[in-house]
Design a protein around this ligand. Sequence first.
Ligand code: APR
Length: 229
Amino acid sequence: MGNRLVILTGAGISAESGLRTFRGNDGMWEHENIEDVCTPRALRRDPKRVMDFYNFLRKGLPSHQPNAAHIALAELEDRLGDDFLLITQNVDDLHERAGSKRVLHMHGDLMKLRCTHNENHVFLFDKEETLDTKCPFCGAGTRPDIVFFEEIPLYMDQIQEALRECDDFVYIGTSSVVYPAAGFKNFAKQFGAKVTCLNLEIPAHDRDTDVFIQGKATEIVPKWCKEFK
Ligand code: APR
């Protein structure tokens, strides 16, 4: 028996916690060049530049707090238990700090590093990564535990299974332009799920979505969670 409710979140759910989204006004990618900090080529070409970009984001994260949307999802998870699964595209830890437990970080986790020799060697890390940082399991070099563009997102088998089985698929705070996450709603719909979008902007001509709820996450998410049966 799969999860009855599968949620996908994007940068928009953390916007009111003060974390920059990626696209739209003042978006992250307006200030950084993806090619310089978020591709395998960038890591090969200038690993220190990539590490410093994620060191800067990691260092700033503790000063941002989970908001009412993160908290409402954690409370809904408490109510639904194993019927609930949260997939996030975000690399921040605000869902966990709000109390969420069943969280799949499909684009990686800012508070972790990954060994460059064995990708299963992943470990919590809250400091400044340098070229001398070593994997605690095998002593090899490290990289941010972030899924770069052109790399395959994490947990895809588990995610596909959950999307096949769920009754409700709800995507929150995402522009739905980056695949495979942007394709989840169509996939869930094909297997009979009801698809709901909660977002500040309503994506244009989207035939996969049954219900659109427009607004700021801290307002529409707690209300939707309270009404969800
Ligand atoms: N409340 C609700 N939605 C919001 C809010 C808010 N306060 N602020 C912004 N949004 C919405 C925007 O309208 C937009 O649709 O959140 C969405 C943010 O979109 P993006 O910045 O594209 O972020 P996301 O969809 O998470 O990006 C997906 O792209 O850059 C890669 O790996 C990165 O995980 C990221 C992926």
